[in-house]
Design a protein. Structure first.
Length: 129
């Protein structure tokens, strides 16, 4: 369970960093709510929002896998994969509102990690140890 907790903490810090960036941009640009038509702020809001949409589901699966007794190596693979995917995605979307390699790789890796964890959870249910 300690392994899953480690990746939960790292991902929470990432989501909080993205939130703080939005708060800082709103404060420095004098925007109370929304983006105020500011493209940079709109991108930062979307980067944070996207992380909030995907990270919690992935972390729930990671914690359940830990409870199911998944081997530590796999917990690290899933945890590192998720964190790397979210960092790559945040970077890609922060610099390019449209298509970008970072956005493509980050989103693809996020989905891959989540699908792999979901399959592993199904395997745990169908073929319990």
């Amino acid at each position: 369970m300690r392994i899953a907790g480690f990746y939960v903490a790292l991902n929470v810090l990432l989501v909080l960093a993205l939130a703080i960036r939005v708060m800082w941009l709103r404060n420095t640009r004098g925007v109370g709510i929304g983006s105020g038509g500011d493209d940079g702020l709109a991108k930062a809001i979307r980067v944070h929002g996207n992380a909030v949409e995907y990270v919690p589901l992935a972390l729930v699966m990671l914690v359940v896998l830990a409870f199911e007794g998944t081997r530590p190596l796999w917990l690290h693979v899933f945890g590192i994969g998720l964190l790397a995917a979210r960092l790559i995605h945040a970077s890609g979307l922060s610099f390019h509102a449209g298509r970008s390699l970072g956005r493509l790789v980050g989103a693809g890796l996020t989905l891959l990690v989540m699908i792999a964890m979901a399959i592993q959870l199904i395997v745990c249910f169908v073929a319990p140890a």
